[in-house]
Design a protein around this ligand. Structure first.
Ligand code: PHE
Ligand code: ZN
Ligand code: ZN
Ligand code: CA
Length: 472
C-alpha cells in the first residue's frame, strides 16, 4: 500500500534521468500463457475423488478438507513454493489455511491471489469452490514453470472455513502485523468460476483508483466476452482484505440467483434458471462445471497474475551497507528467517559475534536436522554480490571422521548448490568470516540455506552470526 505518489509526468522525467550505472528496471515479463483447462479439470477430478473417499464432502473440520489441503500443498511444494499451513479453530473443529509464497520479488510489494478450498458439508463443492482453488493452483504451477522473475512478491492463499463465515481469510489477516498487511498491494479472489449456467461477473470493489477491476473488465472485453459488474458485498474472502483498505477484485460466474432473459441472451444461457442450480448441494460435482466459463476465467487469472507480478509500485530504498538479507545479525529473533527458527537464540551458552542473538545449529548430541533459510533477489545490475557470515564451531567428537555437518547452500530455480560444508573435524571456537560470490545469480531469487545434520551422539555446535548478502 505504501508507495511513492509520483505524478506520471515526474515518473517519465525520473526514468529519463536515470544515471549511468544505477539499477536498470527488470526486463518485462513475457505475456501470460494460456492456462490449460484440461489440467484444471484434472485437479477438479482429484478434488472430487478426495470428497468421494471422505464421506462426500471437503468441509471444514472434516477429513476431506485436510486431504484437499495436503494434496494442493504437495503440488505447490514440488513446484518450488514456500508453503505454510495455519491452524485455527471453528465450531466444526480445527481447520487450516494454506499460504504459498513464490521465493523472490520485492518483499515490500506483495500481489496476492486467493480462493477458498473448503466445501459445504452436504456435497463435494466442485464449482464452489473447487473451480477457484484449482484455477489458482494451476496458475501458480504455470507461474513457477514459466521461470519468470517477478518484480513483486507473489503469494497465494487457500482459505479454510469460508463456508462457516469467511473464517480462514479473516484469521489470516488477523495474524499479520500492520507492516505485513501494508505490503499487500492487491488481493484477487476467485470463488465459483465454472457455474453451469454461467454469467461473467467482475467484483465491483473500491471503484476509486482500483485498476485491477478495470483490468479484468478490459480483459473480458478484449476477448469478446460480455461482462457485468457485481457488488458481492461481503460474500467471499476478499472482504477481510477490502475492509483493511487493500484494493481487491475477482471474478464470479454466479450462484443461487436466476439468470434474467437479458443475461441469457448475451451469454447464451438459460433464463429463469439459477447460474448454479447445484449451489451448496450434493450435486455440486464435476458434472456441475461449465468448461468454457472455467477456461475463460483461468485465463483471466493468468492475465492479472502476469500483469501485476510486474507492476511498478515504486522502489524500496537500498538497504544500509548494501546488505539485502533482513535481520542479518538475528537481533530481531526469528524475523525474516524460515526453517528451524528455534535455532535463533539469545542463549548465553554461546557468544554472539555482534549483539546478543545468533543462530545456533546443532549442539543436540542426538540425531537431528535443523535449517535456516532466507530468500533474497540479486539485482540484475549487480556488479558485486557476496554471501558472508561469521561462524564458530565446537564439538564433543574426537578424531578425523565426519559425523556432524552444517552445509551453507544456495537454492536458485530449484537447484541446490553447497558452497561450504563445516563439520566436527577442524572446529574453531574463534569466530571466523567466510565469503562466497553469488554474482552468478544476477536477477534471480536466491534462497540462502544453512543445513545442519547431527548423528546420534556427541554434539557439534555450529554458531553463525552477522550474515550478509552484500550487493552493489
Ligand atoms: N462465497 C459464496 C459461497 O461460497 C459464493 C459467492 C461468491 C457468492 C461470490 C457471491 C459472490 O457460498
Ligand atoms: Zn459456498
Ligand atoms: Zn464459495
Ligand atoms: Ca547477533
Amino acid at each position: 500500500m505504501k508507495r511513492s505518489l509520483l505524478a506520471p509526468a515526474l515518473l517519465v522525467a525520473a526514468t529519463a534521468l536515470v544515471a549511468p550505472g544505477s539499477q536498470a528496471a527488470p526486463a518485462p515479463l513475457a505475456p501470460a500463457p494460456d492456462i490449460s483447462v484440461t489440467s484444471v479439470q484434472a485437479h477438479l477430478n482429484q478434488l472430487q475423488s478426495i470428497a468421494t473417499a471422505n464421506g462426500g464432502n471437503r468441509a471444514a473440520g472434516r477429513p476431506g478438507y485436510l486431504a484437499s489441503l495436503n494434496w494442493v500443498k504437495g503440488k505447490l511444494d514440488a513446484a518450488g513454493y514456500t508453503t505454510s499451513v495455519q491452524t485455527f479453530s471453528t465450531s466444526a473443529g480445527s481447520t487450516y489455511n494454506l499460504v504459498a509464497d513464490w521465493p523472490g520479488g520485492d518483499p515490500n510489494h506483495v500481489v496476492m491471489t486467493g480462493a477458498h478450498l473448503d466445501s459445504v458439508s452436504v456435497g463435494p463443492g466442485i464449482n464452489d469452490n473447487g473451480t477457484g482453488s484449482a484455477g489458482i493452483l494451476e496458475n501458480a504451477l504455470a507461474f513457477a514453470a514459466s521461470g519468470v522473475t517477478p518484480r513483486n512478491h507473489i503469494r497465494f492463499g487457500f482459505w479454510g472455513a469460508e463456508e462457516l463465515g469467511l473464517l480462514g481469510s479473516k484469521h489470516y489477516m488477523s495474524t499479520l502485523s500492520t507492516a505485513e498487511k501494508d505490503k499487500i498491494e492487491l488481493y484477487l479472489n476467485f470463488d465459483m468460476i465454472g457455474s453451469p449456467n454461467p454469467g461473467y461477473f467482475v467484483y465491483d470493489d473500491n471503484p476509486a483508483g482500483n485498476g485491477a477491476r478495470d483490468d479484468l473488465t478490459s480483459y473480458f472485453t478484449s476477448k469478446g466476452i460480455p461482462w457485468e459488474y457485481i457488488d458481492v458485498q461481503g460474500r467471499s474472502d476478499h472482504a477481510a482484505f477490502r475492509s483493511y483498505g487493500i484494493p481487491t477484485s475477482g471474478t464470479f460466474t454466479g450462484a443461487e440467483t436466476t439468470m434474467t432473459s437479458a443475461q441469457a441472451q448475451k451469454w447464451g444461457g438459460q433464463s429463469g434458471r439459477a447460474f448454479d442450480p447445484c449451489y451448496h448441494s450434493s450435486c455440486d460435482t464435476t458434472a456441475n462445471v461449465n468448461a468454457t466459463a472455467l477456461d475463460r476465467n483461468i485465463d483471466a487469472i493468468a492475465f492479472m497474475l502476469w500483469k501485476y507480478a510486474d507492476v511498478d509500485y515504486g522502489t524500496t530504498p537500498p538497504p544500509a551497507g548494501g546488505n539485502v538479507l533482513l535481520n542479518p545479525g538475528f537481533e530481531s529473533g526469528a524475523a525474516s528467517w524460515g526453517g528451524t527458527t528455534g535455532a535463533i537464540t539469545s542463549s548465553t551458552s554461546k557468544p554472539a559475534h555482534g549483539g546478543s542473538w545468533k543462530a545456533w545449529l546443532g549442539g543436540n548430541g542426538s540425531t537431528s536436522t535443523e535449517s535456516l533459510t532466507q530468500t533474497v533477489t540479486i539485482p540484475s545490475s549487480a556488479t558485486t554480490a557476496n554471501l558472508s557470515y561469521w561462524i564458530r564451531t565446537d564439538t564433543a567428537e574426537t578424531g578425523s571422521t565426519v559425523y556432524d555437518t552444517m552445509k551453507v547452500q544456495v537454492i536458485v530455480g530449484g537447484v541446490t548448490t553447497t558452497l561450504r560444508t563445516f563439520s566436527n573435524v577442524g572446529t574453531s571456537s574463534t569466530y571466523t568470516q567466510f565469503t562466497h560470490s553469488l554474482l552468478a545469480h544476477q536477477g534471480k531469487a536466491v534462497t540462502v540455506k544453512l543445513l545442519m545434520n547431527e548423528d546420534s551422539s556427541l554434539q557439534t555446535s555450529f554458531v553463525v552470526d552477522d550474515t550478509a548478502v552484500s550487493v552493489s
